[in-house]
Ligand binder design. Structure first.
Ligand SMILES: NC(=O)c1ccc[n+]([C@@H]2O[C@H](COP(=O)([O-])OP(=O)(O)OC[C@H]3O[C@@H](n4cnc5c(N)ncnc54)[C@H](OP(=O)(O)O)[C@@H]3O)[C@@H](O)[C@H]2O)c1
Length: 287
């Protein structure tokens, strides 16, 4: 019996492994998988089974999935490559007879027009067609998407975007990771589609105000037309297709695309989700 976590070499997957350990799952029953396994050597030292796996090399998947009682398929990170990668993972999970596959998707994946979600939509459809028992975790944005840019926001005194007054139901990666760990260690989730997001959404104007209040440095939100924001992202050297994809995320935010009101995340983790104020405080602690 083992719980396999893909993307365990990345940010979210690692926290899921930590959450499973914190919930008392024996380290020997956890398989932490990814390509750059040197990043999680510390987990191996703690008794977690660390295994190499590459979605682009199908032959690496079967041996890792064999004997798994549950698989957390953390969506891969190369936008544009993820449909074949996830297809390989789903095929291997099916061949291994994995009894439950949990997948990290995007808000309203099957109905949203947000470009970034289209690979998630395709993956959910492949999972459904596979007949594998599944749980879908439709994660909204991470706070870390924004907190990682705080140095830039503070330096320039401005947050640039094209999200208008759209509310963003961000939560901490740790919140989503705990939700995944809860689903992997408790019963009754099979077949569920959870729309996960922070309890209270915020606008980028509110983010700027919170950052200003907590640092004393004036930061304001400047809303740009979507096309202009896309050009600006390209001007910053972001490689195609990411300027188009990220500008489209802001367009979708402006239309409510990342606003989640289900309360699923708080219910799964059994506590309020990380607030905007807490996330900003955690990030500017050292500023
Ligand atoms: N909700 C959000 O705000 C948000 C934001 C960004 C991303 N995401 C999605 O959520 C996922 C997890 O987020 P994160 O912050 O943990 O991202 P991350 O730190 O970039 O981690 C991505 C993980 O995917 C693994 N991976 C990528 N391509 C792979 C391949 N071909 N074969 C095997 N493993 C592969 C990486 O493995 P190696 O590093 O070992 O290569 C890494 O462990 C992302 O991959 C992305 O799909 C969501």
């Amino acid at each position: 019996v083992s719980v396999v976590i893909t993307g365990a070499t990345g940010h979210l997957g690692r926290i899921v492994v930590e959450s499973l350990l914190a919930r008392g799952l024996p380290a020997g029953e956890i398989v932490a998988a990814g390509r750059k396994t040197d990043r999680i050597a510390d987990l191996a030292e703690r008794g977690v089974q660390v295994r190499h796996l590459d979605f682009d090399r199908p032959e690496t998947l079967g041996p890792v999935f064999a004997g798994a009682s549950k698989l957390l398929l953390v969506s891969a990170s190369d936008v544009g490559q993820r449909i074949p990668e996830h297809r390989n993972a789903i095929d291997a999970a099916r061949a291994a007879g994995v009894p439950l596959v949990v997948y990290t998707s995007a808000p309203k994946a099957t109905t949203t027009d947000m470009k970034l979600a289209q690979e998630h939509k395709a993956t959910e459809e492949m999972l459904q067609a596979s007949d594998l028992p599944t749980v879908i975790l439709r994660n909204s944005w991470y706070f870390e998407v924004y907190t990682g840019q705080f140095p830039t926001y503070l330096e320039n005194g401005v947050i640039l975007g094209a999200a208008g007054d759209g509310r963003i139901s961000a939560a901490a990666r740790a919140d989503y990771a705990e939700a995944a760990a809860a689903v992997l260690t408790t019963e009754g989730h099979q077949g569920k589609v959870y729309e996960l997001g922070g309890d209270t959404g915020f606008t980028l104007t509110e983010l700027a105000a919170e950052l200003t209040a907590q640092t004393g440095t004036k930061v304001e939100y400047r809303d740009l037309p979507v096309a202009e924001f896309e050009q600006m992202l390209a001007g910053f050297g972001l490689a195609a297709p990411m300027p188009e994809i990220f500008a489209d995320v802001d367009r979708a935010i402006g239309e409510g695309g990342l606003y989640v009101t289900t309360g699923d995340l708080g219910r799964l983790i059994g506590r309020p989700t990380t607030t905007l104020a807490q996330a900003v405080r955690a990030a500017v602690g050292g500023v």
